[in-house]
Design a protein around this ligand. Structure first.
Ligand SMILES: *Cc1c(COP(=O)(O)O)cnc(C)c1O
Length: 846
């Protein structure tokens, strides 16, 4: 496929970033053109071999698959480079308002395929490698995905930066370059075992380190006041510091020739710090200091939704936001920039509370370093930040103990206190001395220990606060932060999450993508509402047959992948019933287990004729936080149920449980396109949005789901006839809590439920041992925080309707097509447009 000139036009100059290099900037060579290599097949072959020889240092004949993968990655990089350099300069020079997305997590997935697709090089590269006798698919498998996130929140950040690049929005993503990303999950006797994710060990061709541009980030120490020409000012005298080294990653837009930047920070020891100790002759201590400093970006915390108030985590958070703010102020803004105009140049979007310590840091820079008046600085800060809340679970709302904050960031604690004092004063002015309200709204809480509520700080500081689905935003306003909503009318808004159709349709489901293109023409990939055009095709029997064939082919591919990956198989002719997401009680994998056990119990008790059972393969994918004991027990139970059910001849292979370990983006890209049924079964009012739900709908799976998160919007769009709804609504959940929820009553009343739970309790899935899953059973019977038993009957009944519907394959396919046709709203491009309109007010392009 010929390459369009616009993509690869030569860059006429390479303008340097930092000051102090002006002499080089003026040098004629600095103005020499940088151009991408020719994008012909032969040109690509040459570049590939050159990289193999000169970067990897091997001839083709002696190269390892990893050498070939790295050479290919470098070649793709080379093609993108000219645009990247130009866009970095363009963004610096445009001086328009930009977005800095601050996120502690980016769950990027593999880069090679995405970058080939974005730069239109897939066909050229495939052919070129074939000419070298290499199957490009083998090289794709070499890439270890950068798992720098836990789940939905980190994947959202990755989708957003893809959309921002594709929409040419001036923006940069900031985060942490964890040396170890989310752990690699294995199963030993059905139980989760965590292995370190050494994703960098074979080299990382997509990153560009810039140690020379490191920032010094300080910690601990004390503060003091001093007289600055008659003005009393504060300063922070830190005790130790580390270097933050930027690592840049290309974020290519899709077919638009843009390449944005993701800048991830790595911590290393400062030279000065080392030298001081070295000079004192204590070599061991110097090495220890080095290790201590590098620790900060060593590992991603594997807790999803339940943050631990660990000191290292606060160090990580401050480390990356402090470096990012400094990076923006020193490298993007001109030296003489009028700081009063900051709101015209930047908006920092806070992805959850993890980066909220940026707020007092920004204030500290403005007030202590730039000597700005407090009120002016605060007015600017309140325009330069916006906050996205991602949760409704009280235990997920991050707090930091005052004790820890005071020790690690003493000046920031003072600033937070002052922000809080002034805020509470304003609350008193508005509402009078309503002490209850004051206590409830205070950023600093006194119980159970004195601590800072980061969500409150973000809400007070942010120009806007958004939830991530309509229902979530409404519950945020009405239930989580009602006093704040009353105090700040207009501050709260919604932006429903989205996913990138590039990765989750084009890359994950190329056959569906081709079918759509054939039906609708190109263009839908960047304008997903065009999928609406498929509605009429849903009525066309021939199109339905082709759509069904794509689904069947995706199932065969999944079978091949799982066989190679884990020795698992997906039988032909089964409905694929898929639940893939982090393991969390609120997501209710337990409810899915009860459904499987109920179906199984029906067969082995003889009450259900096995011939009447719809053949289903239940696919799970889920990591549990290593310290989350109940979640790990549920994983064990799923595997235990699987080994018994799969091996029982009475089932005649009609029920099949498949639980490949280590669910990640790469696996998601294989599983989701093959799915028939998408399980989105959280307790209503607990899942903020979900994005997995969107990926499934866009790939033609029907959803069985509760009225929760973005499920609500999915159902509204695809229509009740094409969605399996069950369970209590959020107000019904509230009402049941209010009247007193006793799960054992549901157990007593419902015979099927009793049989299923009794079968688990009997030891049927644990070799007769009744103790193994006793904690799971008693948790259900006597606690059941997420009301699994209350929704059980409704879930089982709805699964009956799923079976009936699946019986009419043609009607099912029609519904599946309508799901695709009506889910264009869930493109992250639309999310970005909403952010721009409702929150950022940035120009759409640069
Ligand atoms: C999309 C995605 C998630 C989020 O899934 P939910 O069902 O919304 O929780 C988690 N992990 C991976 C790998 C994903 O791709």
């Amino acid at each position: 496929m010929p390459h369009e000139e616009a993509d690869l036009a030569p860059v006429d100059s390479v303008a340097p970033a930092a000051s102090g290099r002006t002499q080089i900037a003026d040098h004629p060579l600095a103005l020499a053109p940088v151009s991408a290599p020719a994008s012909s097949v032969d040109g690509f072959v040459r570049e590939f071999l050159k990289n193999l020889n000169f970067t990897q240092g091997v001839p083709l004949s002696a190269s390892s698959p990893n050498d070939r993968y790295l050479a290919l990655a470098h070649t793709v990089r080379d093609y993108l480079m000219a645009r990247w350099l130009e866009d970095q300069r363009g963004q610096r020079e445009a001086q328009s308002k930009g977005v800095a997305y601050l996120s502690a997590e980016y769950l990027l997935g593999r880069q090679l395929d995405n970058n080939l697709l974005a730069s239109r090089l897939t066909d050229v590269a495939t052919e070129a490698l074939a000419k070298c006798g290499i199957d490009i698919d083998d090289l794709r498998q070499q890439e270890v995905e950068p798992g720098l996130g836990n789940g939905g929140l980190g994947r959202l950040a990755a989708c957003f930066i893809d959309s921002l690049a594709t929409m040419s929005v001036p923006s940069i993503g900031y985060g942490i370059r964890y040396e170890y990303g989310i752990f690699r999950q294995t199963f030993v006797d059905g139980q989760q075992v965590e292995q370190p994710d050494a994703w960098l060990s074979l080299g990382s061709p997509w990153e560009f380190p810039h140690p020379e541009a490191a920032q010094t980030i300080s910690f601990a120490g004390h503060t003091e006041t001093y007289d600055d020409d008659g003005v009393e000012r504060s300063r922070w005298i830190p005790a130790w510091n580390v270097q933050a080294v930027p690592y840049n990653y290309m974020v290519p837009g899709y077919h638009n020739g843009r390449v944005n930047t993701l800048r991830l920070w790595r911590s290393v020891a400062t030279n000065a710090f080392d030298l001081r100790i070295f000079n004192s002759g204590d070599y061991e201590e110097a090495v220890r200091a080095q290790i201590f400093a590098e620790n900060i970006s060593k590992v991603l915390y594997p807790e999803d939704s339940t943050p631990q108030g660990k000191e290292l985590r606060l160090q990580q958070q401050y480390f990356f936001v402090a470096a990012s703010i400094r990076d923006f102020l020193t490298n993007v803004l001109a030296e003489d920039f009028d700081l009063e105009k900051l709101p015209e140049r930047i908006i920092f979007q806070l992805n959850d509370t993890h980066p909220v310590i940026a707020v007092p840091e920004f204030m500290r820079v403005l007030v202590d370093e730039k000597k700005m008046d407090w009120d002016a600085a605060w007015a600017i800060t309140q325009q330069c930040f916006a906050y996205t809340c991602h949760t409704l679970l009280p235990e997920a709302l991050e707090v930091w103990s005052v004790d820890l904050l005071g020790r690690l960031l003493p000046r920031h604690l003072e600033i937070i206190y002052r922000i809080n004092d002034e805020f509470l004063l304003a609350v008193r002015e508005r509402f009078g001395d309503d002490e209850m309200r004051i206590r409830n709204m205070s950023i600093v809480s006194d119980f159970p220990e004195r601590s800072v509520r980061m969500a409150y700080l973000a809400t007070v500081a942010g120009a806007k606060v958004n939830g991530v689905a309509e229902l979530h935003s409404q519950l945020l306003r009405d239930k989580v932060l009602p006093d704040f909503n009353e105090f700040y009318p207009g501050k709260f808004t919604n932006v429903t999450n989205g996913v990138t159709p590039r990765r989750f349709i084009r890359l994950a489901n190329p056959q569906l993508a081709d079918l759509i293109t054939e039906a609708l023409g190109a263009g839908w990939t960047v304008d997903l509402e065009r999928l609406r055009g498929l509605e009429s095709f849903a009525e066309d029997p021939e199109f339905r047959a082709r759509f069904a064939e794509v689904k069947a082919a995706n199932k065969r591919t999944l079978n091949t992948v799982l066989l190679a990956r884990d020795g698992l198989s997906v039988p032909d002719g089964h409905m694929l019933d898929v639940m893939v997401k982090r393991l969390h009680e609120y997501k209710r994998q337990m409810l899915k287990v009860l459904h499987i056990v109920t179906s199984y119990e029906g067969i082995i008790s003889g009450r259900v004729d096995v011939k009447d059972v719809t053949p289903r393969t239940f696919i799970f994918g889920a990591k549990a936080a290593p310290g989350y004991v109940m979640a790990k027990r549920i994983i064990h139970l799923i595997n235990a149920v699987g080994s018994v059910v799969n091996a029982d001849p009475r089932v005649e292979g009609r029920l099949n449980v498949v639980f490949p370990p280590n669910y990640n983006v790469t696996l998601a890209e294989r599983v989701i396109p093959a799915a028939d049924l998408s399980e989105q079964i959280s307790l209503a009012g607990k899942e903020a949005s979900g994005t997995g739900n969107m990926k499934f709908a866009l790939n033609g799976a029907l959803t069985i789901g509760t009225d929760d998160g973005a499920n609500v919007e999915i159902r509204e769009l695809v229509g009740d006839d094409n969605f399996f709804l069950f369970g209590m609504t959020e107000p019904e959940v509230e009402a049941l809590w209010a009247e007193g929820y006793r799960p054992s009553e549901f157990y007593q009343k419902d015979e099927d439920l009793r049989r299923a739970i009794d079968l688990i309790a009997s030891g049927a899935f644990s070799g007769g041992d009744r103790t193994t899953f006793e904690p799971v059973v008693s948790n259900l019977l006597y606690d059941d925080r997420f009301m699994v038993l209350a929704d059980y009957a409704s879930y089982i009944a709805e699964q009956g309707k799923v079976d009936a519907a699946y019986g009419d394959q043609d009607a099912w396919t029609r519904s599946a097509i309508l799901n695709v046709a009506r889910s264009g709203y869930f493109s992250s491009d639309r999310s970005m447009r909403d952010y721009i309109q409702r929150i950022w007010h940035t120009p759409p392009a640069y």
